[in-house]
Design a protein around this ligand. Sequence first.
Ligand code: AMP
Ligand code: ZN
Length: 487
Amino acid sequence: MDNQLVLYNTLTRKKEKFEPLHSPFVGMYVCGPTVYSDVHLGNCRTFVSFDLIFRYLQHLGYKVRYVRNITDAGHLEGDNDEGEDKFAKKAKLEKLEPMEIVQKYTLGFHEVLRLFNTLPPSIEPTATGHISEQIAMVQRIIEQGYAYVVNGTVYFDVEKYVKEYDYTILTNRKLEDMLNNTRELNGQDEKRGRLDFALWIKAKPEHIMRWPSPWGVGFPGWHIECSAMSSKYLGDQFDIHGGGMDLAATHHTNEIAQSQACNHTQPAKYWMHTNMLTVNGARMSKSAGNGFLPHELFSGNHPLLSRGYSPMAVRFFMLQAHYRSTLDFSNEALDAADKGFKRLMNAMALLPKLKATAKKAAFKVDELRQRCYAAMNDDFNSPVLIAELFEAVRIINSIHDGKLAVDEQSLADLKTLMQHFVHDILGLIDDNTGSDDFERLMEMIIALRNEAKLQKDYATSDRIREGLSAIGIQLKDSKEGTLWNKV
Ligand code: AMP
Ligand code: ZN
């Protein structure tokens, strides 16, 4: 196993060698979507980033159990137990059952991730399917003395916790600053401490999603679902916990506190956080209303878009940035990514057509392969990997043009390298050409053009050539017949 992998751990704020707790098994938990509305492109970026990580770990030979939850209950509008329940609000608005909302947006989420060619996780648990596990965990936290019950609601006692543990370990903030940034309690508050958060919330009469519990009828807090489901499927300690950077300050900070209070262990060895997709520098979010929906981007049907882009071009656009850098959305950046993606796919389509021309190649595939692994081993650096793959594209094009010598073995190695890094690891496939149907369609068009030429119907043969050229397909007449490629 090629195990020089190094990754950035938010917990220690440095890059560390990846050493799984029980190699070759790897447990990875990633916070999934709250399915009360369509996923936007920002959410997709996070899931595409973890798809890259999942794919690369598997490629290295690890047996990964990838758990990504579906939040279908308990997420209030404010992260700090305030506001209405997101599902109930949407259900009222759309005049549907909350579970209809959940079903509708879960299906939409899966469909979008399928278009982005992400691999499904090994387990996709839902919060509503794990109420008893959450209740059991809350009970254990009460027994350990880190939670208290007020009028049917259970709060985590942060003030007690900070006496023994480092509450801000993940983000390294000062507790004082956190306190200063949190509103003061008033006479009506049930919480004892300003930073206390709800583990279980008493349901008001109008609250539809409700379950019986030892503390009365209520529903779980948002943070407890991830602690309960990650420990159920991955154990009290597992390898990687991931999510978007926006989750570190509250959601993940509270997850760590819950696990420590319950099991006296840090839940995850490595915490990984993906950076945000931004629009004109501002974070894309559902609440800010600056979110593009994936289908708007594919169709180009949005006032801010000059045209549509294929899901694979958008995936490529995302992978061109490192997962820990912000990525700003613009038409120009997408146009550039689209061109780059087509160039890569064009080279992929040429690969099977290449033939060995010499006893010794004029380039070294080994060195290129090592540089590709070095990029990915350096905290999954996909932009550097892509730059290396464009070196491969130059090599492929030169071989095709007869300008670069290649032997049998180097050609076979080059094909394997491209298969591994472009298809298996980056998860890029040609969503325009390359499919069997497309190949057959092209064969048919070329045959029609040849017939036209035989009958000296040059008007038709030229029309076909020009028509194809207008959509970026070039024909080249050669001894072997008519070849085509996409530019
Ligand atoms: P949510 O559905 O809001 O719970 O978010 C699902 C996932 O998407 C979380 O891991 C968030 O951190 C992540 N996320 C939300 N907004 C963005 C964004 N603009 N860019 C990247 N990831 C995001
Ligand atoms: Zn979570």
